[in-house]
Design a protein around this ligand. Sequence first.
Ligand code: MG
Length: 207
Amino acid sequence: MSTPSARKFILGLDLDGVVVDFYRALKPVAATWLGKRTEDLTDDFRYGLKEWGLLDKVSGAGGYDLTYPLLHKHAVNQHGIFKNADPIALAPFTLRRLSRLGVHIRIITHRLYVGGLHGESVTQTAEWLEKHDVPYRDLCFVEDKLSINADLYIDDSPKNIEAYRAEGRPCIIFDNPTNRHLGDELRARTWDEVYELVAAAHGRAQG
Ligand SMILES: [Mg+2]
């Protein structure tokens, strides 16, 4: 039990690829949008999904550009992906356990990176968190995740994990193919493993 004098222990929590099974929800949407079959899209993908045939930027060639931002807009607007994606197994359940332990859950997400979608993105996010009974104290929509303080972070994006590491901030890597080159230090493959790592860090912080 935390006491009024106990220090608050903050978990900085990424959503997509950590709590929300974003890539699994995106795959059939992407396949249809790209004119492919779902089974033709590999599960061994990297950040940006070039392996599925997506481009980073508009090519300027005048053709129909299959860029990730355009797919993202389609997935949010036409498929309500932030509302309809499934959670990663045991994520909401485990977050409720951690909250009961006294962990302060601070969601840190970069979901507003495509313009023109902010209303939908924020609304769908709040609805999803309610629907799945995810406890949280703060909900931060930011690009610069380092601007948000936490005692321990969890993320799956190589860019964010490397940024946290460069600043000496502990970050649990939630395992997926985009981050396997980053080593096994503080890596969790399941939410049971996340619980063990967070509960241990929380216990050390409480002394
Ligand atoms: Mg993520």
